[in-house]
Design a protein around this ligand. Structure first.
Ligand SMILES: Cc1ncc(COP(=O)(O)O)c(C=O)c1O
Length: 366
């Protein structure tokens, strides 16, 4: 059979599937930028540039049981997450990054013909996983400040609606959805997935309300606040029946032992890590003020660890390219709903200094 023949056997709804445009890994830029790979400033994937707790490195260096599979039921991990969230372990499931739980929740609820309401622009993995399941995306536009239009969400509900996806703070815009708005949407009775990947930076959560609703689910991650993006550890808080189903459908060993050790150590070092979160929040405000001084950018207020900017003069793609050549990575967008914009992660003060200097240079060359 030719490869073309094999391709014809792929599920037809995937014919137009475009995949996810992931951030660039610094090592792939060796020789293409003006700085050494180790000096690249990575502000393109909302990672934590302070790194993880040093306790994680120490514990992983001597961990003796890499030859043993992790506990498929995540017993210890879910207990630790109970301690961190204050929500009983029966509500909690962990995953290989919260991306995996977006996928699993949608796989649990969505099949061909089912509708998923998505408040766009938002995190690309929502559309990715919906399309992978064969679901139909029903897109509800955010307003000019990227706030969620609750009435439009409610008006978009049809008999086929099986899920409403909400990110708060939203990626890439940094906007939060106020709790009363979330609850008004939850009160429709449709399953609602609230992605709180950046909650440690915003301080606003609905996780404590999950036990009161049958249709409210919350996702979290250790990628951002705890600096563990590379180890892939996320979790969700669900009604217990849904948690039971997610434990059933996940691959048995989806969270590896290194991630478990990293969570254990991070939670022992919580004051240190939350101190870093505080520093990032303070730096976010300084970065916002500095970006506002540039005539060609309009930064939007953010409750996360990144800042979204409309490009008022010039092209976002060119700004991204020029910054990349100087060794500073940011994300650019030029999509129907995200015309000419960049998203910049918040790093340490020295990263802000380097970025702002480079942006001023770019501005002078315009
Ligand atoms: C809104 C949102 N949800 C989930 C994720 C994925 O996080 P994780 O690293 O836990 O898969 C991201 C990552 O950028 C995100 O922005």
């Amino acid at each position: 059979m030719t490869s073309e023949g094999i391709e014809r056997l792929i599920r037809p709804h995937l014919a137009r599937f475009s995949g996810y445009v992931a951030s660039k890994s610094p090592e792939t830029l060796e020789g293409k930028v003006e700085v050494a790979v180790e000096d690249i400033i990575k502000l393109d994937a909302n990672e934590n540039l302070y790194g993880c707790s040093p306790r994680v490195n120490q514990a992983l260096a001597t961990y003796p049981y890499l030859n043993i599979y992790p506990d498929a039921m995540q017993t210890e991990l879910r207990k630790l997450l109970q301690g961190y969230t204050g929500v009983d372990a029966k509500h909690i499931v962990a995953s290989n990054g919260s991306d995996q739980l977006i996928d699993h929740v949608l796989r649990l609820f969505i099949g061909p013909g089912d509708e998923v309401i998505n408040c766009v622009p938002t995190f690309a993995m929502f559309g990715f996983s919906t399309e992978l399941c064969g679901g139909t995306l029903v897109e509800v536009l955010r307003d000019e400040d990227f706030a969620t239009d609750v009435n439009a969400v409610k008006a978009a509900i049809s008999k086929k609606t099986k899920m409403i996806l909400l990110a708060t703070p939203n990626n890439p815009t940094g906007t939060i959805i106020p709790q009363p708005d979330i609850l008004e949407i939850v009160d429709t009775g449709v399953p609602v997935l609230v992605d709180e990947a950046y909650v440690e930076f915003s301080g606003e959560t609905v996780s404590q309300l999950v036990s009161q609703y049958k249709n409210l689910m919350v996702l979290r991650t250790f990628s951002k606040w705890a600096g563990l993006a590379g180890l892939r550890i996320g979790y969700g808080i669900f009604p217990p029946e849904i948690a039971g189903w997610l434990l059933k459908i996940k691959p048995p060993y989806n969270v590896n032992v290194a991630a478990l050790v990293a969570v254990q150590e991070s939670l022992k070092d919580i004051d240190y890590l939350l101190g870093r979160v505080k520093a990032i929040v303070a730096e976010r405000e300084r970065l916002f003020a500095e970006l506002g001084k540039l005539e060609f950018l309009k930064p939007f207020p953010s409750q996360a660890n990144f800042i979204f900017c409309s490009v008022l003069n010039g092209k976002a793609s060119e700004i991204q390219q020029k910054l990349e050549r100087k060794g500073i990575l940011v994300r650019y967008f030029d999509l129907p709903l995200l015309r000419n914009a960049i998203r910049i992660g918040v790093g340490k003060p020295e990263h802000t200094d380097a970025l702002i200097k480079a942006l001023h240079q770019i501005g002078e060359e315009m």
